[in-house]
Design a protein around this ligand. Structure first.
Ligand SMILES: CCCCCC/C=C\CC(=O)SCCNC(=O)CCNC(=O)[C@H](O)C(C)(C)COP(=O)(O)OP(=O)(O)OC[C@H]1O[C@@H](n2cnc3c(N)ncnc32)[C@H](O)[C@@H]1OP(=O)(O)O
Length: 287
């Protein structure tokens, strides 16, 4: 889907649909059986663990980078590699993202990546942030965030990049785009994704005040879709995923594609991406 999004710039909407039509029965791109077999292995990298159940077609990606799963360049690179592998694997149709840490889903961007780094390094870091979002938001897989802890800023972005959000019912866990509280501003594509999730007015208030919502408040404004007790977050995500996978992949994907084209600013376009990169690199450099 990320490619489809990128190519939408080149081919227009009919081109997007014709791209989708080359997909296989489940809407996933065809790959050689040999490659597909290789990809079926579950993988563990230092910061991320992936378990794919080939009988259900559902992968669980666990973020395991203490203390707070902050999104460093290394973390984002691993995350993208794992997502790409799953995307290429025909047997994988659904992805659940969760954390192995107690109390924290992800603390968002690694603040150390934004402090005293060269412009080149900042550029590389920001490209990885963009890539993570494009790969997740544009994924062909059905994606569910099983949010088992706090998820501020970039952690919230990762959650709203998924199709569905289930959060642990604990008022001590918070989620939101709190950038302005830190004296920084969420880029336009963070804003677009939030608007798509909670609507214009709630997004405006949320972004300008840098609000962090407790789990119950997040449910009230629609920032998350469901609250569950701590010990049920993964099983609920699995049950919910089976409902998503009951929908033919091509129908869900085309629907999502239409939604993205009409509701988001064009980050997938190269020039928008470069402009975003430029602005952020300069901002980070002068922090
Ligand atoms: C001009 C540039 C514009 C860029 C556009 C902006 C886009 C995105 C912005 C971001 O994502 S910025 C990151 C924003 N993140 C936060 O504000 C979260 C801050 N952290 C917390 O609120 C809490 O840490 C927590 C996640 C709720 C967890 O709380 P807990 O009490 O369990 O843990 P702590 O004691 O607070 O932290 C433990 C340990 O982790 C370090 N740490 C926390 N957050 C980060 C982080 N984002 N990056 C790197 N490191 C982080 C914290 O400093 C502690 O370290 P030690 O003191 O133990 O060494």
């Amino acid at each position: 889907m990320a490619n489809v999004l990128r190519n939408s710039a080149k081919f227009g909407f009919s081109g997007v649909l014709s791209q989708l039509s080359i997909h296989s029965r489940h809407g996933r791109e065809c790959v050689s059986p040999c490659f597909s077999l290789q990809q079926r292995n579950n993988s563990t990298s230092p910061k991320i663990k992936v378990d794919l159940d080939s009988s259900t077609g559902v992968a669980v990606l666990r973020m395991q980078s203490p203390p707070v799963n902050s999104l460093s360049l290394d973390f984002l690179t691993e995350f993208c590699i794992n997502l790409e592998k799953l995307e290429m694997d025909r047997s994988c149709r659904g992805l659940i993202i969760t954390s192995t840490l107690s109390k924290v889903f992800s603390a968002g961007l690694d603040i150390m990546e934004m402090y005293g780094k060269s412009p080149e390094r900042c550029g590389e870091f920001w490209k990885a942030v963009q890539e993570m979002w494009l790969k997740l938001y544009g994924s062909n897989m059905a994606t569910i965030a099983a949010i088992n802890g706090s998820s501020p800023a970039g952690g919230c972005l990762m959650s709203i990049g998924c199709d569905y959000r289930i959060m642990v019912d604990n008022p001590r866990y918070s989620i939101g785009l709190n950038e302005t509280q830190l004296g920084i501003v969420a880029p336009f594509w963070f804003k677009d994704t939030l608007v798509n999730t909670v609507g214009n007015r709630a997004a405006e208030l949320s972004l300008e005040l840098g609000l962090l919502y407790s789990a119950p408040d997040a449910l009230k404004i629609g920032l998350v879709d469901q609250l569950v007790p701590e010990d049920q977050v993964l099983s609920t995500a699995q049950d919910t995923m089976s409902k998503w996978l009951a929908i033919p992949d091509h129908a869900r994907q085309i629907d999502q594609c239409v939604y993205i084209i009409y509701n988001t600013s064009p980050l997938p376009l190269d020039h928008a991406r470069q402009m975003d990169q430029c602005v952020i690199s300069v901002c980070i450099y002068y922090i």
